[in-house]
Design a protein around this ligand. Sequence first.
Ligand code: C5P
Length: 476
Amino acid sequence: MGYREFLNLVNESADKLSGLIEQGKSFMILCHTDADGLSAGAIASMLFLRSNAKFITRAVRSIDEVLTSVQNMPRDMVAVLTDIGSGYLEILKERIGDRVTVILDHHQFESEADVPRDWVHVNPHICNVDGAREISSAGIVYFLAREINEENTTLSTVAVVGALGDLQDKSSEGRELTGLNKMIVEDSVKLGLLKVVDDLLFYGRTYRPLHLALAMTTSPYIPTITGSEAHAVSFLSSLKIKLKEDDRWRVFAELTEEEKKTIYNGLMKYLSSLNYPPSIVKQLVGKVYELTREEDWTPLKDAREFASLLNACAKTGNEWVGIAIAMGSRGELLMQAQKILEEYRKKLSEVLDYVVKRENWQELKYIVAIDGGTFIDDRMVSSASSILSSSELLPEDKPLIMLATVGDKVKISARASNKLVSRGLNLGYVMRKAAENVGGVGGGHDVAAGAEIPLAKKTMFLAEVDNIVGELLKSK
Ligand code: C5P
């Protein structure tokens, strides 16, 4: 089992989907609300647009929203679930098993036996391909779209953005996209749409003034500098790095190797002086994915920043803006998206500044829990936990469980290191089991997962998580 099997599955599924299009069916794309979900939704939308099929696209936050949307749509419409669904096959079969459904998702699932015969289910785990590291949901939809119409190879950049949005570069040396993601990168490079460069990964390395590039970089999060232009300026000045050449702002791409080394080493020293792990800086070196056709000075030039923009749209109720941008809209809409990103960035750095103070960290036997209560917006928890987990601020031997309260519910985001996964931890399993045990729902990947549970069960849930994590780690 592997890539060839996966591509065969894509071919078979493309035939089935083309059959539905030829029958004149109309479609409802239901995409998950994060950067990968919106990218996947945008690629699916372009696929149907180019196939002259009737479709509508909606972003959905939860499996409940999927069920309600499908139950309320006309009976002859086909639901296409992107980046959501595989983790909930049993519920889907029970509640909408009588409606032809297409699921294009990279999350782990329990049993393929739950998929009704006339459904289409494309998931890399069916072929033993790792859905957390080798392909995102945007990538799955991309392969399908490419199979149906070669013109859709132009959407390869969006699939790259989706994979980076889901941090699929996190496990590899040098922040590189690997596996099936690499094939997509190759498509994109061949078309001249993408340039891959080895460098420091500051956002906007070719066009943004040094201090702004430093302050805007969130992957990884650099404590006290991410989000603060003033700190970025004083840090660079302390290293005697010239910010301007005559009247022109200098950019990272034009720095000498010597200057880059000075910044790299300077950041290590700076972080140690504040008692943060200097190894965070290692995450700053690697592959930069640059979209060649995008205008400089926009967040779309760097694929990681493009993903941040989509994520900001997804987490602030502006999903349609993100989807439209990923489908190719620019102009006024891009200005709007940039504003959304700026505001989201500000809020996120407030959350991160608060969290890194460690005031509300609770260390149990096998996990670290950060309870944001109602202080942290539930829509920030996913991004904040991802950024924290990519920044080596957490103990390597304990997963992070971050919580935020909304009304009588708690939203949870869980993140683990690859080292813990290699010791037998699977957070998708942990979240599903622990949430089920307290009357909630959960699921996801081995390294990143989430759940929603009743507020009254919070303490019990954390105890369950601690217990299941302990069992998994002891069993290997
Ligand atoms: O929300 P968050 O980004 O923390 O979720 C991490 C991963 O877990 C995502 O891929 C998300 O789709 C998945 N998840 C899930 N079921 C939930 C919550 C999250 O499959 N109830």
